[in-house]
Design a protein around this ligand. Sequence first.
Ligand SMILES: [Cu+2]
Length: 102
Amino acid sequence: MGLFDRFKKPAVNEDGQQVVKVTVDGGYQPETVRLAKGVPAKLVFERVSDKGCLEVVHSPELGFEAELPLNQEVSFDVKTDQRGEYDFACGMDMFKGKVVVK
Ligand SMILES: [Cu+2]
């Protein structure tokens, strides 16, 4: 990995899971979540404002769909056994983010 690579390793919790927080505030921050292949992972969404139409987050590719109550963390386990890019989006697919596993 070069000096200018912006990949930051996600924190790993006591269960050995990569944990990435995604703040939902008129969009997804970060929009791109980078995960290391082969390490169990968890995405933690927290919607902190009413901006946009982001009450629901879903990902057919990653196999989750849920409502995001304001100011509550909602977590999903994410498989990392295959390299690839996997999209997630609001209920109407207007706001998008993605998970990159490599
Ligand atoms: Cu929407």
